[in-house]
Ligand binder design. Structure first.
Ligand SMILES: *[C@@H]1O[C@H](CO)[C@@H](O)[C@H](O)[C@H]1NC(C)=O
Length: 231
């Protein structure tokens, strides 16, 4: 109610502002022109970005294709070759001291890619989710088309519990002892002379051996290894 009277009062006061409309008529033309050129600029920018992106994707694709064609990368394979028990001592308190010598065969089938195995590795022998013993593989470089036997000595004392001890005794009697050998190792991929970034490789081998008799090489009944790479 009150705002209406002020509006009528305002008009005479704004007489000066009535003039601008003619100017404004002109101004929009310039503005619309400048808007148009601004839009063109934006469009050009987006176009450029698109062209650049397409080019980049094309280049990366070509590079990847070239890399695969020239280097033909292949995943190395692993296998437990030998499993020998040095100690297998069940203690009356249900703890178990074990010492195994495990030989893992690492096969690098690549003819242009090498691998460097780092220091901070770990190897574990696991029986029914309990770690029996552990060790480390030595750091080494594996060249092209190379097969290396990695010998690892694993030692450890585990608190075993009577249940597991019984299960293991049963397995030993039946001559089928399921074990897991877990290897975790940092691996650098080396192309030519250039080491690329390091990956954490985890190899899990499901193993069934026929005996755990000290100082006797175990027969390996089943042996499947699954490599997994953590990026
Ligand atoms: C494979 O690499 C290992 C470790 O570098 C080396 O000791 C061995 O001689 C190589 N084997 C062959 C067949 O080149």
């Amino acid at each position: 109610m009150d705002p209406h009277p002020p509006k009528y009062v305002m008009l005479p006061e704004n007489q000066g502002s009535i003039r601008p409309p003619p100017y404004r008529r002109n101004v929009p033309r310039y503005q619309s022109k400048s808007h148009k050129s601004g839009g063109n600029c934006c469009l050009r920018c987006i176009c450029c970005c698109y062209c650049f992106l397409v080019l980049l994707i094309f280049l990366l694709g070509t590079l990847a294709f070239y890399f695969y064609a020239v280097y033909q990368p292949q995943v190395p394979s692993y296998k437990v070759e030998e499993f020998t028990t040095a100690h297998f001592d069940m203690k009356p308190d249900f703890s178990l001291y074990t010492e195994f010598a495990v030989t893992v065969k690492a096969d690098n089938p690549n003819s242009k890619i090498g691998f460097t195995y780092g220091k901070d590795s770990s190897v574990e022998v696991v029986y029914q989710d309990s770690t029996l013993c552990s060790g480390q593989i030595p750091a080494f470089h594996q060249g092209y088309k190379n097969v290396t036997m990695i010998k690892v000595i694993l030692k450890g004392k585990s608190d075993f519990g009577s249940g597991l001890q019984e299960a293991l005794m049963d397995n030993r009697k039946s001559g089928k002892i399921p074990m897991e050998v877990k290897v975790t190792v940092p691996v650098s991929v080396v192309i030519g002379e250039f080491p690329l970034r390091q990956f954490k490789v985890q190899v899990t081998c499901n193993l069934v051996v026929d005996n755990l008799t000290p100082n006797k090489k175990a027969g390996i009944l089943s042996n499947e290894c699954f490599p997994k790479v953590e990026f």
